[in-house]
Design a protein around this ligand. Structure first.
Ligand code: ADP
Length: 607
């Protein structure tokens, strides 16, 4: 009893610990999953930014490098242009990116095309779609730095000496930031090769920044057309980055570098431009003067020559968007292949937790199975002990009878023939009982070890019933039993080991006698089932309680009530009946009610 409490506590403790671990694992996984999700999000954003800035660098190099002075175009001196072109080619991984250069001079001058053979620009016919954009270039409202249809970057060519004197910066409260552009002398069209952009640069960048394939990349142009994608994107992307950005170096419009240091703040002092770096980008002062709000500002230029000095010109071209504005012409979208980083980390969490849960169920299941099997073994061992003691009991009575009868014979107590014959019958009867018991035990052992051989042959069910009743006739008669038989003579023959089935029926009949509780009635029937033949033995004896009914076919099981009532037996009879029925691909089951009686049915396949 004490032992079982210790076991219960130990098992309960282990299961509790495992459950605690499961809970902890759930928490760890959640926290780790959240940290991992944030890490991935940051990494994807950073990678998207590097992807975008790599593309920017490539495009900006192909653009700003060619910001030459109008003077060289007037003089048709291509030295500077060639230097710049060579410099760009030496530095880029994609020299095929620029298909060709076209120069559109002012006032409808004949277009020029760069001829690599002569290393200079020559008069040329240009396609009509290129000519079609010519009028758009001189109007700041229609001017674009990149015409997607043609993949043409447009670099305005200025003459700063002629136009620019001072650059004035104004802070404005709201509205687009604007730059007064010097009048352009002409436009250089840098024609890009679309296939190099979408077929080489973008795939290379995707491979470089998102090599694992778990993240999908799509690049959309300003019309929201996808120009490149590594896979379909659905819903919101995990990270976005503006790219194809021609903003950073816009001040390079002032191709005359000496103009740049002349930048100065206006008297109002609203904006401080304090830094000029070699890449020609400007940043706003970190120390914004008191009372100045961060915001957009205007860069205006004053012309040296016409108009009254100091008169501000009308702002014309939008240039510097405020901090946070999307400045790229294209958008890079990155999305996890699982739909989103959130979905991915949720899936990962589920996967790992399911694994932990499965492990938990496995462990708890194993513990429960071990405990149940230990309990079963204990029960079985107890039943075997009960079996040994009940068999010894069973053997003791006939042995005692045989012993005293033979003693009487030896002592000459029985001296006439009649007495001797009586003692002889007694010894024979008890001897038969003993050998029947031994036979049953041996049969059970044989059936259990699978060594028992059955001789199947077609047999009439009525013959089997008759054989069993014949064998049981002495005991039935002795106990004065009324035997009712209900055998359907038209039953089909069954393929059985006749002797084995008859002995199974005998077991059931002798149980009916043993547990009759003085009722003296038994009915043996054979009837047709659904594709089966049913052999049943019914009694009006003590019956079996529900709890016991579940176990009575187990070897060595005897219900507590019959043990207490000292009804002899070894608990093997029904186990043997079950073995025999199953060896015939049949079943055996019992219906019973305590105090009213029982019915045992063997069901055998009829074909
Ligand atoms: P034994 O009869 O030797 O105990 P069995 O295997 O034949 O072993 O039966 C197992 C148990 O089933 C019996 O101990 C008894 O409790 C119960 N039992 C079997 N047959 C009957 C019956 N006809 N009426 C009531 N109980 C029965």
């Amino acid at each position: 009893m004490k032992g079982s409490w210790v076991t219960t506590f130990a098992v309960g403790g282990v299961i509790l610990l495992l459950t605690l671990f499961l809970g902890l694992q759930y928490n760890w996984l959640r926290q780790a999953g959240e940290a991992e999700r944030e890490r991935m999000q940051r990494r994807v954003e950073a990678d998207a930014r590097s992807f975008a800035s790599d593309l920017n660098r490539e495009i900006q190099a192909a653009y700003f490098n060619f910001g030459t002075n109008a003077e060289s175009w007037e003089k048709a001196d291509w030295t500077e242009f060639n230097e710049r072109y060579d410099y760009w080619k030496a530095g880029t991984q994609y020299p095929e990116l620029i298909r060709e250069f076209i120069y559109l001079g002012k006032n409808g001058a004949r277009p020029l095309r760069y001829d690599a053979a002569v290393r200079g620009f020559v008069n040329a016919e240009v396609p009509s779609d290129v000519l079609a954009i010519r009028p758009l270039l001189s109007d700041p409202d229609t001017f674009k730095m990149f015409y997607e249809d043609m993949y043409a970057l447009v670099m305005p060519i200025h003459d700063p000496e002629k136009e620019v004197d001072t650059i004035v910066l104004h802070k404005i409260a709201s509205g687009p930031a604007e730059l007064v552009m010097p009048k352009s002398e002409g436009h250089l069209l840098i024609m890009l090769d679309r296939d190099v952009v979408t077929g080489r640069i973008l795939p290379d960048l995707a491979k470089k920044h998102f090599p694992d394939g778990d993240l999908r990349v799509a690049v959309d142009d300003r019309n929201n057309e996808t120009v490149f994608a590594t896979g379909p994107l659905t819903g919101e992307p995990d990270a976005k980055a503006a790219t194809f950005d021609l903003t950073a170096d816009r001040l390079m419009f002032f191709s005359e570098r000496t103009a740049i240091p002349r930048l100065r703040t206006t008297g109002s002092g609203n904006v401080a431009v304090n830094e000029l770096v070699e890449s020609h980008t400007f940043s706003r002062s970190k120390a914004v003067p008191d009372g100045v709000k961060e915001g957009r500002f205007t860069i205006q230029m004053r012309s040296k020559t016409p108009g009254s000095p100091g008169t501000e010109q009308k702002p014309r071209t939008s240039v510097l968007p405020a901090k946070g504005d999307s400045t790229g012409l294209w958008t890079l979208n990155v999305q996890h292949a699982a739909g989103s980083i959130d979905a991915f980390s949720r899936n990962e969490f589920r996967k790992y937790f399911a694994f932990g849960l499965a492990l938990y169920i496995l462990l708890v299941g194993s513990i429960v199975a071990i405990v149940l099997s230990a309990m079963r073994s204990k029960r079985f061992a107890q039943r075997q002990i009960d079996f040994v003691s009940s068999v010894s009991h069973e053997f003791r009575t006939p042995l005692a009878v045989i012993y005293s009868a033979s003693e009487n014979l030896a002592d000459g107590v029985a001296n006439d023939r009649e007495h001797v014959a009586r003692y002889g019958d007694l010894i024979k009867g008890e001897g038969r009982k003993l050998s029947a018991m031994v036979e049953q035990i041996l049969q059970f052992a044989g059936a259990r070890s699978g060594k028992r051989k059955y001789n199947f042959s077609p047999a009439k069910p009525s013959n089997v019933v008759a054989a069993a009743l014949r064998e049981c006739a002495p005991i039935l008669e002795e106990k004065g039993f009324e035997v009712e038989t209900n055998v359907d003579e038209n039953l089909p023959a069954v393929n059985i080991d006749q002797e084995a089935i008859a002995s199974a029926l005998q077991n059931l009949i002798s149980n009916a006698v043993k547990y009759s509780d003085g009722s003296r009635w038994v009915r043996v029937s054979a009837s047709n089932g659904n594709g089966t033949v049913k052999l049943s033995v019914q009694d009006r004896g003590i019956g079996v309680a529900g709890d016991d009914l579940r176990h009575i076919f187990e070897p060595f099981y005897r219900s507590r009530s019959v043990v207490d009532a000292q009804i002899h037996g070894n608990g093997l009879g029904l186990a043997l009946v079950k073995e025999i029925a199953e060896a015939h691909h049949g079943t055996v089951h019992a219906k019973s009610e305590v105090g009213k009686g029982s019915e045992f049915v063997i069901e055998l396949p009829s074909t």
